[in-house]
Design a protein around this ligand. Sequence first.
Ligand code: PLP
Length: 348
Amino acid sequence: MSEIRVDLYSDTQTRPCPAMRRAMAEAPVGDEQRGEDPSVNRLCAEVADLLGKDDAVFLPSGTMCNEIAILVHCRPGDEVIADKTVHIIIAEAGGPAALAGALVRPLDGVHGVFSAAQVAEAVREESRHAPRSRLVSVEQTANFGGGTVWPRESIDAVAEAAREHGLALHMDGARLMNAVVASGVAARDWAAPFDSVWLDLSKGLGCPVGAVLAGSAAFIGEAWRWKHRLGGAMRQAGVLAAAGSYALANNIARLADDHANARRFAEGIAGLPGVAVDAARIDSNIVFFDVAESGRTARQLSEALAERGVRIGAMGRTLMRAVTHLHIARADVEEAAEALRATLRDGA
Ligand SMILES: *Cc1c(COP(=O)(O)O)cnc(C)c1O
């Protein structure tokens, strides 16, 4: 296979830059499990402040943030209400069922966004026959919705419906900072209605490892028990947390470039024969497109593109996903669009 020059597989493909590595190398460290790592404590304070919550806990991954939040909010047999495309349903190895014993009720949202009416309809009547509705989870941005930024009004309405029915609210904010940059709405304003919310450091923010889960002091106290139980309590984790503090200081505003490049890529492929994409709907750094009309599968095109040095993921039989990030410049998305044009023209 040719060398990949333009990697649009995911925003997880970044490498820490020299300045981030320096911050990691120089980080003061201690025993994280005992609350004695100054760099972890600093990062948690920064994220709690950013998200307007009492406290936060550093975890190895976003998946662990989601799973621990579900473990804290739910008892076995409880039900989580979420869009059908969310990460907790499609990409966490059945964690809600396997770990918390929770069901997830998938809602048929539009590009990952559901309505207050759908929540109200999904809530179970109190009955010894039914699972107990417990939690509403919102993914901001909606990854498999196409990087959709949930509109503020939709979140407010969903939150109100959840509260009316006594449900807790969780935000999967893997790409919350993309939503912040795309919307101009502050992170703490997005987070305000939620009982738990987290940020991924290893997506658009460009860190090698880690995520931070925030909430009330009581919620984080319980989350810490699960972190420990699941083996997520670490030791001198400050070398990882320092990358997070570096990213919060340096890598947020630049997410706007990723969004502009994603839009540019969508516009570049919009007219290609056999490609269906709605360039006007690109809210952030993710571009889904359908290649059904090309007569080839997503996997065939993905492999042909790799021969031309461009990696774009096959996410379904005819669905492809391109994600822009820290290492992708405007010239790269233009090269990727050109590679797709050439692949469709020449066959593969
Ligand atoms: C990547 C992702 C996660 C999981 O994060 P990891 O750090 O990869 O475990 C959760 N939710 C969404 C929406 C994601 O894109």
